[in-house]
Each structure stands twice: as structure tokens, then as C-alpha cells.
Design a binder for this molecule. Structure first.
Ligand SMILES: CC(=O)N[C@H]1[C@@H](OP(=O)(O)OP(=O)(O)OC[C@H]2O[C@@H](n3ccc(=O)[nH]c3=O)[C@H](O)[C@@H]2O)O[C@H](CO)[C@@H](O)[C@@H]1O[C@H](C)C(=O)N[C@@H](C)C(=O)N[C@H](CCC(=O)O)C(=O)O
Ligand SMILES: Nc1ncnc2c1ncn2[C@@H]1O[C@H](COP(=O)(O)OP(=O)(O)OP(=O)(O)O)[C@@H](O)[C@H]1O
Length: 509
């Protein structure tokens, strides 16, 4: 892979991103002609991963970027850097390409460098506050059947670029340099389709700038991701999410979502074909006849029965979104039925049983909407028994989640064991106090146990026959983020399996 200076100049000028080219104190608006054919064989934004003998274009990106990183890059042989700020560089052998928006420039240049892998893949982009990963998993299962296992996946949990081997993801949507590199790898591996989550940050940070989605999916929106490092306001959050509309050839959208009529106006104005789903009579894919593990979907007068392993009415919405996308891409009804039936998602609605009649639910719900819906489902299944919730909330981000989690607990739970969930630099006890303060139901018992494993153990030991224990918020995360470091943690499901074994052994004698 490579990109030449003339290609870079052309793209930046076309997009009106180029401010100036700086060599020492000299300002230029075009590169010296003799440099046009200079080619970069690597794009890097991390001074720690520069390959010394490879001609590299170095991106000085991000609020936390320091001039010292650029100096390290230069010491390692970098001769050209791209930035949206001025850096004082004495070395006249080093050229600065100064742009108005580095993140947009990164996305456009990465696409060119990797020879536009996005044009060689059919791409489904999924946005929504909740259900992105679940929908992506349903889609992967269905489309794998239709397109002979040639489906790459970029999800919050896992990434696969060859359709079979998975590795852990760092972000829901990778930064542009990684995203286009991964797409290229998927193409080289023979993949024909890519299912990817498109987080609000992906749009805000221009990680997907210029990318077209063959199908865009808008699942839902509820207040979340408001913090100094995410979105300053809900308005900004919605604005970022709705960018998916102008980047999609077709939109699949939940007609029951908040702001649907607003979003519909934009879809309409932009002339994007729309496919709706939901529980309303007018939805193109209508969910009806819902039972715990099955539902009927009505589409164009055809009634189809679906069975699924995932409990919860919200998962029926995600399955229906996946079916609507899959049919648009050519999947058969049979592929949809079988793909949905076989899908399980790590850390989402996983269920375990203790002493035969204490039901334990592990789920990733960690804001008001998702926890409220989850607890509603569990409460309905255990109307006369104690509902235990073991949960916490993240430090530094999603700050409004604390009040939302407290409200949801107040609506449905009997006993809350508040604990740690990625406290980062905050005191988990302070986070727990904020949650407890929002539980506006005096009948709810509240206990704080900082260590998550001990908190789960407490609930399992205290629960009685018929009770339900919901362990929520971390899903299968194998770490706790503490002071910026991911400290290894077994994961809720593993902790629970070990505790069940120990408690069963103890009760058997
Ligand atoms: C690492 C980090 O914390 N980055 C945050 C930061 O990004 P930024 O671009 O301004 O700065 P940066 O990423 O720190 O970049 C620093 C640069 O210095 C470079 N560096 C660093 C050290 C060094 O020695 N040498 C060096 O060159 C790094 O390689 C990097 O290129 O500031 C941004 C604006 O505030 C944040 O969005 C971004 O959050 C990170 C990426 C993050 O994890 N964000 C989360 C919230 C996120 O994106 N989550 C979504 C899911 C949530 C959703 O649904 O919206 C996701 O897609 O995963
Ligand atoms: N359609 C939905 N509506 C509301 N809640 C949902 C929906 N689908 C899933 N959930 C809940 O949200 C939790 C997270 O689901 P999932 O991981 O699929 O969402 P996500 O959008 O990828 O989340 P995140 O942005 O937090 O990574 C689930 O464990 C479940 O409790």
C-alpha cells in the first residue's frame, strides 16, 4: 500500500482541508514538483510504532498529542507530518502539512492509501444507543449463511476480518487509520461483506468520514454518553448519530424510536430509501405475537415465526432490524429464521441457574433505558419473588447513567448491591452513592460492596428459591478500568459459574 504526495495534495485541496505546507518558516500552497512522486509506505499516528526504514506520513492527532511525540517520530526518520496545529520544527528537512481538520484528513487519506477497500465490500453500519452489538451478531449469523461465511465484523466485543478468527476490540468503531487497514485486510481475506457498529463517537471523531454504508441502521436513541470526553449535550449526541442518514444508501429504522418523526424528515429530505420496523401497524416489518423466546414478523402481508435464544422484548427488535437489513441484501427467509435462532451474544442476556431455582441474568444494560427494560422483563418473569440487582456505573463517562440506573432500580428491584464498573479515576463509592441517591423507592434495600466478585457472591448467597439475580453493566468485559488501566477481571459470567460450582458443592455437603 502507498500514497504519493501528489495524491495527498489533490485530496486535501479537493476537500478544502489544506491550509498550508510548511518547511521551516516557508509557507507553500503546493509541493515542489520534484516531490510529487514521493511515496509513503506507512501511515502512523503513534510515535511508538514508527518503522524506522519505512517512509512514513505521521499524523499529529488528538487533544492529548504532544510536540515531544512528533520529535520522537522525526528522530525515527519521519520527514513529513500532517497536523491541524503549528509545531515549531527547526529541521528544514521536515515538511509540515497543515490542515483544517486532521481527523477528516486521516479518514480520506487512509481510504486512498488502502486503495478504497470500502468500495470492495458491502457495508452495513449500525447506530443506536442500545442494541448495536446484538444486531451486528444477528446479522453476522444470517449473512454468513447467505454469503458463504464471507462476512467481516467490527463490534464492541469482537472483531473478525476473515469471518472466523476473532480478536478483542478496543473501540466500537476503530479510528480511521485502523478502520481502513482492517477493511483492506478483510478484502484481502476474501470477505465480501462487513457488518460494523457506528458509534456516535465514530461520527464526532470523523472515524467514518466519507464512508458510505450500503445499508445504515438506526436502532434507537436515549440519553447517554454525555460527559466531557464524549458529548457535551444530548443534542450533540443525536446530531452525531443522525449523520448515518446522509452516509447511507438505504436506512433501516425503528419506527418506535424516540425522535423517529424528526429522523424520518431528514431521511425524506435526503431522498434515502427507508425501511421501518417496530410494533406499529404501519411498520414495514412489524413485530407481533410476542412470547418469551419467539415472535411473529409481518412483512408485506407475510407472517413469519421466529424463535430466538435471547430473552427480552428488546432483542426481538434487534432481530427484526437484522432481518430487514438481510432481506434487503438478498438473504432468504430461511437464512433469517435460522440465523436468528442460532444467535447468542456474549454477556447479553446470558442465564444461569443456582440451586435449581434461583435464576441469574448477566447482561450489558448500563443506562436507564436498557436497565429499565431488562428489569421489567425479569420482574414479569418473577412477579412474587425478590429481584436482586448487582451493578455499578462507569467513572468519567456516561455521567447521567448513574441517575438512570438508580431510577430503573427504584422502578423494579427489591435489593441493589452496588459495586464497581470501570470506576477509572473516580471513587466507586461516590458513584454508588449517586446511584443510591436516585433510587426513589424506600422499599429497595441498598448495599455497597466495592469488589465486584464479592458483590455478586453476596447476592447469590442471600438469594432464596424463586428469586432472580440480575448482574448488569459489564457483560463479558474481562477487565475493570481503574486509574486509566484495564485491570484483569474474570468477567461476570465466569465469576458466576465459579460461584455456582462452589455454592452447589457447599450445599451438597
Ligand atoms: C485515547 C483517548 O482517550 N482518546 C480520546 C481523545 O482522543 P484524541 O483523538 O483527542 O486524542 P488521543 O486518542 O488521546 O490521541 C493522542 C495521540 O497521541 C499519540 N501518541 C500518544 C502517546 C505517545 O507516546 N505517542 C503518540 O504519538 C497517540 O497514538 C494518539 O494518536 O479525546 C477524544 C475527544 O474527547 C476522545 O473521544 C478519545 O476517546 C477515546 C478514543 C475513547 O475511548 N473514547 C470512547 C468514549 C469511545 O469512542 N467510545 C465509542 C463507543 C461509545 C459510543 O457509543 O459513542 C467507541 O466507538 O468505542
Ligand atoms: N434494542 C434495544 N433497546 C434497548 N435496550 C437494548 C436493545 N438491545 C439491547 N439492549 C440492552 O442493551 C444492552 C447492550 O446491548 P448491545 O451490546 O447490543 O448494545 P450496544 O449498542 O452495542 O451498547 P454499547 O454502546 O453500550 O456498547 C443489552 O445487554 C440489553 O440490556
Amino acid at each position: 500500500m502507498e500514497i504519493s504526495i501528489s495524491q495527498i495534495e489533490k485530496i486535501l485541496k479537493k476537500e478544502n482541508l489544506l491550509k498550508e505546507i510548511r518547511i521551516g518558516d516557508n509557507w507553500l500552497y503546493q509541493f515542489p514538483v520534484e516531490e510529487y512522486e514521493t511515496k509513503f509506505l506507512d501511515l502512523q499516528s503513534n510515535s511508538r510504532t514508527i518503522k524506522r526504514d519505512t517512509n512514513t506520513l505521521f499524523f499529529c492527532k488528538g487533544l492529548t498529542f504532544k510536540q515531544a511525540y512528533l520529535q520522537i517520530a522525526i528522530d525515527n526518520g519521519v520527514k513529513y507530518y500532517l497536523a491541524d496545529r503549528e509545531y515549531k520544527i527547526d529541521d528544514h528537512q521536515v515538511t509540515g502539512i497543515i490542515v483544517t481538520d486532521i481527523k477528516k484528513a486521516m479518514a480520506l487519506l487512509a481510504a486512498e492509501f488502502y486503495q478504497h477497500p470500502e468500495e470492495k465490500l458491502t457495508i452495513v453500519g449500525i447506530t443506536g444507543t442500545k442494541g448495536k452489538t446484538t444486531t451486528a451478531y444477528f446479522l453476522k449469523h444470517i449473512l454468513d449463511r447467505t454469503f458463504h461465511q464471507k462476512v467481516a465484523l467490527l463490534s464492541t466485543i469482537d472483531t473478525t476480518l476473515d469471518g472466523q478468527n476473532y480478536f478483542k476490540s478496543h473501540l466500537s468503531t476503530p479510528v480511521a487509520l485502523d478502520l481502513f487497514r482492517m477493511m483492506n485486510e478483510a478484502v484481502e481475506n476474501g470477505m465480501t461483506h462487513l457488518v460494523m457498529e457506528a458509534s456516535s463517537q465514530a461520527f464526532k471523531q470523523s472515524r467514518v468520514y466519507g464512508l458510505r454504508f450500503n445499508v445504515g441502521v438506526f436502532l434507537n436513541i436515549s440519553p447517554d454518553h454525555i460527559s466531557p470526553i464524549e458529548h457535551a449535550t444530548f443534542d450533540d449526541y443525536l446530531f452525531c448519530k443522525r449523520q448515518i442518514i446522509s452516509q447511507s444508501d438505504v436506512m433501516v429504522i425503528n419506527q418506535d424510536s424516540r425522535y423517529y418523526s424528526f429522523l424520518h424528515q431528514i431521511i425524506d429530505e435526503k431522498n434515502v430509501p427507508e425501511i421501518t420496523y417496530g410494533r406499529q401497524l404501519s411498520a414495514d416489518y412489524r413485530i407481533e405475537q410476542e412470547a418469551r423466546f419467539s415472535f411473529v414478523s409481518q412483512h408485506l402481508g407475510q407472517l413469519l415465526e421466529f424463535h430466538l435464544q435471547l430473552d427480552g422484548d428488546f432483542n426481538k427488535e434487534d432481530a427484526t432490524a437484522a432481518m430487514a437489513v438481510s432481506q434487503k441484501l438478498g438473504a432468504s427467509v430461511d437464512d433469517c429464521i435460522r440465523g436468528i435462532e442460532e444467535t447468542v451474544v456474549p454477556g447479553r442476556m446470558e442465564q444461569f441457574e443456582l440451586h435449581q431455582n434461583i435464576q441469574i441474568y448477566v447482561d450489558y444494560a448500563h443506562n436507564f433505558d436498557s436497565l429499565n427494560r431488562l428489569l421489567n422483563v425479569v420482574r414479569n418473569q418473577h412477579p412474587d419473588h425478590t429481584l436482586w440487582v448487582v451493578t455499578g456505573s462507569t467513572g468519567k463517562k456516561g455521567l447521567n447513567r448513574r441517575v438512570g440506573i438508580g431510577k430503573a432500580i427504584g422502578n423494579f428491584a427489591d435489593y441493589a448491591v452496588l459495586t464497581s464498573d470501570d470506576p477509572d479515576t473516580e471513587d466507586p463509592n461516590d458513584i454508588a452513592k449517586a446511584i443510591a441517591g436516585a433510587i426513589n423507592n424506600p422499599k429497595v434495600h441498598v448495599k455497597y460492596i466495592e469488589d465486584r466478585k464479592s458483590a455478586i457472591q453476596f447476592a447469590l448467597q442471600k438469594a432464596q428459591t424463586g428469586d432472580a439475580v440480575v448482574v448488569s453493566g459489564k457483560g463479558e468485559d474481562p477487565y475493570q478500568k481503574i486509574n486509566g488501566v484495564d485491570v484483569p477481571y474474570d468477567g461476570d459470567a465466569v465469576v458466576i459459574k465459579k460461584l455456582i460450582k462452589a455454592l452447589d458443592n457447599a450445599s451438597n455437603g
